[in-house]
Design a protein around this ligand. Structure first.
Ligand code: MN3
Length: 184
């Protein structure tokens, strides 16, 4: 059984950049729904019981819900109250490209900064990628160090169709201590 991870900050602690109501609904409704549906599929299929979340992300019958759980669990970790340190230079240099890709992503999906997982590519440059729906960088063998949820449920209450304002606001609540630890 997968369970909703607790946040180590309050829903209103990202104000005024991300509003408390959006945080609460996003966490307790949207993320919870991915978990509930994933658990239901796993319970109905005994052969899935011993699979890890990462394994379930790769199976056709569970991939959408598993990736929804995986992506959101990551997302909560890399945001938090504003003022958590400074943006690393290697991230800052990709900010314009990240913003452009986030703004122009069609429909629902995510924009990420990833590093390569493969030993031969260790130390390789970071890159900006986008994924549709709940697809995850782990499908490509890359490790996300930053990710932005661009589903409308992540911003519609406060920003409506103004995705550009959501993207700008979100940079203020990135947890740079956490992201910096993922860069190592
Ligand atoms: Mn979401």
């Amino acid at each position: 059984m997968f369970t909703l991870p607790k946040l180590d900050y309050s829903y209103d602690s990202l104000e005024p950049f991300i509003d408390a109501k959006t945080m609460e609904i996003h966490h307790t409704k949207h993320h919870q729904t991915y978990i509930d549906k994933l658990n239901a599929i796993v319970e109905a299929n005994p052969n899935l019981k011993d699979k890890t979340l990462e394994e379930l992300c790769l199976l056709p019958e569970t991939k959408n819900m598993a990736r929804g759980h995986y992506n959101h669990s990551f997302f909560w970790q890399i945001i938090g109250p504003a003022g958590s340190g400074t943006i690393p230079d290697e991230i800052n240099s990709l900010k314009d490209e990240f913003n452009q890709k986030a703004l122009t992503l069609f429909g629902s999906g995510w924009t990420w900064i990833v590093k390569n997982d493969l030993p031969a590519q260790a130390g390789g440059k970071l890159e900006v990628i986008t994924t549709p729906n709940q697809d995850s960088p782990l499908l490509t063998g890359k490790i996300q160090v930053l990710g932005l949820d661009l589903w409308e449920h992540a911003y519609y209450l406060k920003f409506q169709n103004r995705r550009v304002e959501y993207i700008d606001a979100w940079w203020n609540v990135v947890n740079w201590q956490k992201v910096s630890s993922l860069l190592k």
